[in-house]
Design a protein around this ligand. Structure first.
Ligand SMILES: CC(C)(COP(=O)(O)OP(=O)(O)OC[C@H]1O[C@@H](n2cnc3c(N)ncnc32)[C@H](O)[C@@H]1OP(=O)(O)O)[C@@H](O)C(=O)NCCC(=O)NCCS
Length: 172
């Protein structure tokens, strides 16, 4: 497969009712069928997947979310990241980032996230926040490379003695 991950034209950035976000290529949140593809991908590859109902809820309050997806030339979903937007707090909260196993370590996760971080500065977002499971070394390395730092360890954040680091990145 010969895919370049450089350049935002590769991405399908979706949001709705977010009129200041001029960078967004589509104003339409995914239709149910498309959203269910993301839901299935989430279920297959993300450690803490959402239910189909939780995904459907994003359609109702889609102005609160930012979804960035990457699909290959045959339109098969290969990666996505989902953020919650809080304009009042000038904050984006990373809810999910996942790359299909066969395409990990190729820079796709970093490029997806940096694409969003790089553009949302234009619309007043100043901070980026996330939680990550204590033992998820690849994700923690990725976030630290991007300039996130650990705030603290939240015990039992994911239940059953599964702890999470809370991490923050502030724009200079
Ligand atoms: C975490 C995840 C999104 C990373 O995506 P990716 O496309 O493989 O990551 P990238 O190729 O963009 O890597 C960027 C940086 O992350 C770090 N990294 C990524 N994978 C790593 C690994 N296996 N070991 C160590 N560091 C790693 C490196 O610093 C890397 O930069 P470098 O290649 O210059 O060293 C991917 O592993 C994934 O989907 N995991 C399952 C879902 C998940 O756990 N999501 C995070 C939950 S909070």
């Amino acid at each position: 497969m010969n895919i370049s991950f450089k350049g935002l034209s590769e991405f399908n950035l979706l949001a709705r009712n977010y009129t200041d976000a001029k960078f967004l290529e589509s104003e339409n949140w995914p239709k149910s069928s498309e959203l269910m593809k993301v839901c299935e991908f989430d279920k297959s590859y993300f450690p803490f997947p959402w239910s189909a109902d939780s995904w459907k809820d994003t359609q109702i309050s889609s102005k609160n979310y930012l979804l960035s997806t990457f699909s290959d030339r045959s339109e098969a979903l290969k990666a996505f990241c989902l953020w919650k937007i809080s304009l009042e707090e000038e904050l984006l909260h990373l809810l999910k980032v996942v790359v299909c196993p066969g395409m990990r370590g190729m820079g796709l996760g970093e490029t997806l996230l940096e694409g969003v971080v790089g553009m949302t500065g234009n619309i007043g977002i100043k901070r980026f926040y996330l939680e990550v499971e204590e033992g998820n070394r690849s994700a923690i390395r990725l976030y630290e490379k991007m300039g996130f730092h650990k705030l603290h360890l939240a015990k039992n954040f994911y239940g059953n003695s599964r702890n999470a680091f809370k991490m923050l990145k502030s724009l200079k």
